[in-house]
Design a protein around this ligand. Structure first.
Ligand code: GLN
Length: 352
């Protein structure tokens, strides 16, 4: 590090190449400051209302858990509040599908390209290739569910979720599940369209129920950080040494999170934050700072793309100050790193 041009704005509180958080107390202070700043974004967002039960959630909540590969967890705000996993569960379903059904079978059903469309879009599904763009949007996840259904039960998935999230308290939120099942005509349309094209070959209503149950798992920001930490460590639990997925699966999942995890905001998010992240309309964000940390965020007020508005801001701040951007170069000088320019340039995209 002696050759590195040190910029004063960014003190040495990052997580080093040996996975060690250099100064937990200082990092906690910094994350707390970032939370205060991110909170200001909350009035610019709205909780999801298309699932009636989600409209009852308090939009002012914000919590984070950052879990370095080595070092103490940093938990702040509403990090232990339960909320539904929603689209973050697409990561779990993809992991299990890759592990059980294999790479070829998964990508025979679904592509690996960003869609540039809203998460619940049907546009493009009926033209050209019948495969959904990627497994991290609704159509792609429904296709993945069609693959999983003959192989695993919801109970199997619940068990896996509890283990990989190191959270035995994860349960199905029956109220949110019932609420979504009553209002899921878009997902139902997508699923029947996929059946008509031969992408879904299982019973459509069963597939839809399986998908919606996975979205209705009650988790916390802390459970997401635990999951993120295993992904950051190549699919292996640091504490027990247990492998939860192959290296290949971990790599594919992280890559897709970077390119497709934030729906039609994925490109801008990658530029501004540079940490593979998957969002859900429950307000959850699962972030993986590779070889460094798992991060879970909860902030239910969403931007227009359905991503946590304060959560994205929080991640952006943390990425900058803790130098977690995937492409961070210690040789950057301050001018290169002054992202007010970036904010002006990209003002019309994701609200972060
Ligand atoms: N259950 C939600 C749906 O299918 C998940 C969407 C999301 O989190 N973006 O619409």
């Amino acid at each position: 590090m002696s050759e590195v041009v040190k910029d004063k704005k960014h003190e040495d509180v990052t997580i080093d190449r040996h996975y060690q958080m250099l100064d937990t107390d200082r990092a906690t202070e910094i994350i707390q400051k970032a939370m205060d700043l991110a909170r200001e974004e909350i009035p610019n967002g709205h909780v999801a209302t298309y699932i009636p039960e989600l409209s009852k959630v308090d939009p002012h909540q914000l919590g984070i858990c950052l879990y370095p590969l080595k070092g103490d967890k940093i938990c702040l705000g509403d990090y232990d509040v339960r909320f539904t996993m929603q689209s973050v569960s697409k990561v779990l379903m993809l992991i299990v599908a890759l592990e059980i059904c294999g790479l070829k079978n998964v990508f025979r059903k679904v592509g690996a390209e960003p869609s540039g469309e809203a998460f619940d879009s049907l546009v493009e599904l009926d033209v050209n290739d019948s495969r959904p763009y990627n497994p991290l949007i609704n159509s792609g996840a429904l296709a993945v569910c069609g693959l999983l259904l003959p192989e695993v039960s919801f109970q199997d998935m619940l068990r896996y979720a509890r283990e990989i999230c190191s959270d035995p308290e994860i349960t199905l939120n029956q109220t949110v599940f019932d609420s979504e099942m009553k209002t899921c005509s878009r997902n139902r349309s997508i699923a029947y369209l996929l059946e008509s094209k031969g992408v879904i070959t299982t019973d459509v209503e069963d597939t839809l129920r399986f998908y919606t149950k996975m979205c209705s798992l009650d988790i916390t920001a802390e459970s997401l950080a635990n999951l993120g930490k295993k992904l950051a460590n190549d699919g292996v639990c640091m504490l027990t040494g247990k492998r939860f997925m192959s290296s290949q699966t971990a790599r594919i999942v992280k890559t897709l999170m970077l390119t497709c995890g934030m729906y039609d905001g994925s490109g801008t998010f990658a530029i501004k934050v540079g940490i593979p992240t998957k969002s859900g309309v429950g307000g959850g964000l699962l972030s993986v700072s590779d070889k460094r940390a798992g991060i879970g965020v909860f902030g239910p007020a969403l931007d227009t793309q359905g991503n946590s508005i304060a959560g994205c801001k929080l991640l952006r701040e943390i990425s900058n100050v803790l130098r977690l951007n995937l492409f961070y170069d210690p040789e950057w000088n301050r001018e290169d790193h002054d992202d007010t320019v970036l904010t002006h340039m990209m003002d019309n995209s994701v609200g972060i």
